[in-house]
Write a protein that binds this ligand. Sequence first.
Ligand code: PLP
Length: 378
Amino acid sequence: MIYFDNSATTPCLPEAGAEALKYMTSQYFNPAAAYAPAVQTEREVNAARAYVLSEISREPGDLIFTSCGTESNNTAVFGSLSAMRSKGRVIVSAVEHPSVYEAAIELRERGYDVVFAPVDATGRVRLDALGGLVNADTRLVSIMHVNNESGAVNDINAIRALIKKAAPDCLLHVDGVQAFMKLPPVGCDLYSVSGHKLHAPKGVGALYVKKGVRLKPYLVGGGQEAGLRSGTTNVPGIMAFSLAVRDFSAHRDEYVSGMEAVRSRLYNDLSSIKDVKLNGPGPGEGAPHILNVSFMGVRGEVLLNALSERGLMVSTGSACAAHKRGRNRILNAMGILGERQDGAIRFSFSHFNTVGEADAAAGIIEEQVGILRRFKRR
Ligand code: PLP
């Protein structure tokens, strides 16, 4: 099997899996308990917290462990606004993941003035347009660091400067689920990450909260995570996540250049097929691990199934988005419509992939696209 759907989820690093098992079977203590092994476990969780925090931000702040990127995003959006005294404007980009986009729709129903920032043809937020949307009443801006469908990278530091100039008290939340560790840290008030996108098990995420930013808890109960996220601490998930982050950090250059090499190779290989169009940034630009292309005259879902039969796993877009025909919100916002939208396939890579796999995948794709186009002409 060739697995090119790493933006949906990644294989768990075996060492991270072993770490999780250790904290499930031998060091299984509840860190909130008072006896010595539990206190030791709490120390280890807090060391993991300090380490992951140091990889997310260079500015002072805290880290709350959550269950996933979705929870981190929901906590950031609802938690920060609930802690404010008044409602006002909320800006999110038109291409946010549903865990931010749907939260924004809910906020509109609750009486917030919600506006969507447009993107360019690659999926990057248009700074000129964003500048026109931020007013003195703006409470929160939420913009993703890397777009999960196109691989576009937003210039968060420039966005931050623009927002703070027009609305100094406005908070900036960044969904960093696809960017964390693959791109250098950025400055913001809230930053969301997810373990399973980075070779940790599913069921763990984190939210960075800049010093001084107030949050109202989203989950209440036992007061874990400094009262900001109740629920018995997911020690196995947290310890495995920290180990996976450490592994990525130790091999960062090698991993990132490896993914970039696979992406460039696949793009070059696919460029020799007729009527292939790139959606999003090309090699050398954008995130190192995402490539989105359209095979004109072919339906993406049909091609996806044909490729899956041949052992190549890809996606027609984010696994979380409901994709009715012509209804890909992200590609719509990028102006990619009609036959080009219908034929879009997202390839996403991890450091486990090789250029040999890219060549093999391109061979399978060329063959299947040829068959489907001949079939269509009949
Ligand atoms: N944000 C982005 C950009 C994503 O790509 C995803 C998952 O695909 C999420 C948030 C949600 O993360 P999780 O699956 O951990 O809830």
